[in-house]
Write a protein that binds this ligand. Structure first.
Ligand code: HEC
Length: 188
């Protein structure tokens, strides 16, 4: 009965729609698959944040740099990810969750304080490189988060701070050698 009414409605709206053709079956199958995959969900949890370990507490960047990092990087490189409504939808959620997982693995500002001084410096140096090369923030992200798109001034502000506090490939050798020597001496 309900089905008949539904068919009647669809026929009224789309008079040329043939219910018995292949197209309809495909459509139904597609809808069923789309519904079924909604039950396959990635982990979208945010691990607990210890504010004293956060980059902002540890390295105390100027307010301007804090705000840039928060809006352009923290969704993928911290445990404070904001998950927008569309990340409830499979398969979008897999795509986003994967970026967050990989992003956190590479660089997690929420646990910055747990890194050794050498690793902190290296992380900020690497971050500077990704900004210089225009790799970060990811384009797929700024498409949906226009506020994360950095203008020339913001880019330079962020870059200056990262470079002043990070160690880049060029000067990596000397710094790392120093720490290694220091560790060796400690062991003696
Ligand atoms: C949409 C999520 C996302 C945003 C936003 C984002 N990143 Fe990333 N980031 C990733 C992913 C995923 C990777 C690992 C894959 C890769 O290197 O492309 C990564 C890798 C990195 C790496 C390691 C690069 C390497 O070669 O190992 C650094 C450093 C980095 N991001 C810095 C930043 C900075 C700084 C910002 C903000 C200006 C930022 N990211 C914004 C997702 C993101």
């Amino acid at each position: 009965m309900g089905l008949k009414v539904a068919r009647g409605c669809v026929s009224a709206i789309f008079p040329f729609f043939n219910f018995n053709n292949m197209f309809k079956k495909m459509l139904v199958l597609l809808v069923l698959v789309a519904v079924a995959i909604q039950f396959i969900r990635p982990d979208r949890s945010n691990p607990k944040v210890n504010p004293t370990e956060d980059l902002i507490a540890v390295a105390n960047p100027p307010a301007e740099v804090q705000s840039i990092l928060k809006k352009a990087c923290y969704d993928c490189h911290s445990n404070e990810t904001v998950w927008p409504w569309y990340t409830n939808i499979t398969p979008v959620n897999w795509f986003v969750a994967n970026h967050v997982k990989e992003g956190r693995e590479k660089l997690n500002f929420s646990i910055f304080g747990s890194l050794s001084p050498a690793d902190r410096s290296e992380a900020l140096g690497e971050a500077a490189e990704t900004i210089q090369e225009g790799e970060m923030p990811l384009e797929s992200y700024t498409l949906l988060h226009p506020e994360a798109k950095l203008n020339a001034t913001q880019r330079q502000t962020l870059l200056n701070w990262l470079q002043a506090n990070g160690e880049q490939e060029g000067d990596a050798g000397t710094e790392r050698q120093k720490t290694e020597e220091a560790t060796e001496n400690d062991e003696d």
